[in-house]
Design a protein around this ligand. Structure first.
Ligand code: LMR
Length: 398
């Protein structure tokens, strides 16, 4: 039956973790996957999550959630994205459905796009999170790219971006990273977002915001949602894919939300029912536990305040590591310009290392990262930063 099946290519991100786990060297280091680690290099369960788990322990509710997931969770989630006072929420014109984290939310949207706007294409930034390409490929939506990152300035190619947005056919769908762009750590400024939003209006484009890092860019969840808020203020009907993997450390719980802003309540009801129809044959209904944790935290002012402190703590530790990595590179004797390490934001540093240099980091120094040179800053700590800086200097020196 399966004689024609060849092994699949290794996943460019999760494959790095597989290779790291197989390495037995004592100095091995994983700065591949975007998963937060403490300064001791350990995974972190947030205190607000532990407290929420105590609140829900002993609950005898193990029933199926509805196809669209927990209504309470969806409401909290959308308030976080659009703002407590958002008029689109007060007007009940957002269709929200619980999703299997950010990936699941993007996939639901891609299938929805294919089913209800079959003539539309998706525009994806260069570069982007590798899985975006897989998601829209498997949903059979034609893909195009738009310019985003400039390797020379190691910043935003704003002129290129605007040109490509202008050049795209009217009413195209664009995938935008709401904050802490993965993999580059480069975001448009609020003024640039305003210009992008105005151009989207002119061209009647639709924006899907992938928001996997709310809180991780600045430590402030409202500030990190400013791109979405700017688009809302301009009257756009956006969609948003949210994940609680990173900002609540709920990676394995697969908890997220897809929301689509509609014209009115009637349309929102219809859209939600169709999203549920897409979910039903795929996984029927989403898991319960993670959604309960999130709604317990977001529904309790004390736990929510604790969460804000903890997410800021994670963001701040990463910012400290950026400074330390840059300092250690200088101390290692590197004369290259590493300013971008501290200019970029979020969980990643797009280092500028080429695939050959990355391969040397892995083979000679047992340091694991994606071949596009992305370094997960969350994997760096005060004990391994010097080792990493010396190794980077070694593979980048003339
Ligand atoms: C990452 O980019 O490292 C994370 O989003 C994990 C993943 O699923 O790829």
């Amino acid at each position: 039956w399966w004689k024609d099946v060849q092994p699949a290519a290794r996943d460019p991100i999760l494959g790095v973790t597989e290779a790291f786990l197989a390495d037995t060297h004592p100095s091995k280091m994983n700065v591949g996957v975007g998963a937060y680690r403490t300064d001791e290099g350990k995974p972190l369960v947030l205190e607000c999550v532990r407290q929420a788990e105590r609140h829900i322990a002993g609950s005898n509710f193990m029933e199926y959630l509805p196809m669209g997931g927990s209504v309470v969770f969806n409401d909290h989630s959308m308030k976080l994205a659009y703002g407590e006072e958002a008029s689109v929420l007060a007007d009940k014109r957002v269709a929200g459905i619980q999703a299997l984290s950010g990936t699941g939310a993007c996939r639901l949207f891609a299938d929805f796009q294919r089913r209800f706007k079959p003539e539309s294409h998706i525009f994806i930034p260069v570069p982007t999170w590798a899985n975006h390409h897989n998601i829209w490929r498997d949903a059979h939506v034609p893909q195009h790219t738009f310019r985003y990152y400039d390797p020379v300035t190691k910043g935003l190619d704003f002129a290129g971006l605007m040109e490509d947005v202008k050049r795209a056919p009217e009413a195209s769908v664009f995938l935008l990273h709401a904050c802490a762009h993965n993999p580059t750590g480069v975001d448009p400024s609020p003024e640039q977002w305003k210009e992008i939003s105005a151009l989207f209006k002119e061209k009647n484009h639709f924006a899907l915001f992938d928001m996997a890092y709310q809180g991780f860019a600045s430590g402030d969840t409202n500030r990190d949602a400013q791109a979405i808020r700017i688009f809302l203020d301009d009257g756009h009907q956006v969609a948003c894919a949210q994940s609680f993997a990173k900002n609540m450390g709920l990676y394995g719980q697969r908890v997220g939300c897809l929301s689509v802003v509609c014209d009115d309540t009637q349309q929102a009801v219809a859209v939600k029912s169709q999203l549920q129809q897409i979910a039903r044959p795929m996984y029927s209904n989403p898991p319960l536990h993670g959604a309960l944790i999130v709604s317990t935290i977001l529904g309790d002012p004390d736990l929510k305040a604790l969460w804000h402190t903890e997410v800021k703590g994670m963001a701040d530790r990463i910012i400290t590591m950026r400074e330390l990595l840059k300092k250690n590179l200088v101390e290692a004797g590197s004369h290259l310009n590493w300013q971008h390490i501290t200019d970029q934001i979020g969980m990643f540093c797009f280092s500028g290392l080429n695939p050959e240099q990355v391969d040397r980091l892995t083979s000679q120094f047992h340091i694991y990262l994606t071949r596009n040179g992305r370094i997960s800053m969350a994997g760096i700590n005060s004990n391994n930063v010097e080792y990493l800086a010396n190794a980077i200097h070694e593979v980048t020196r003339e």
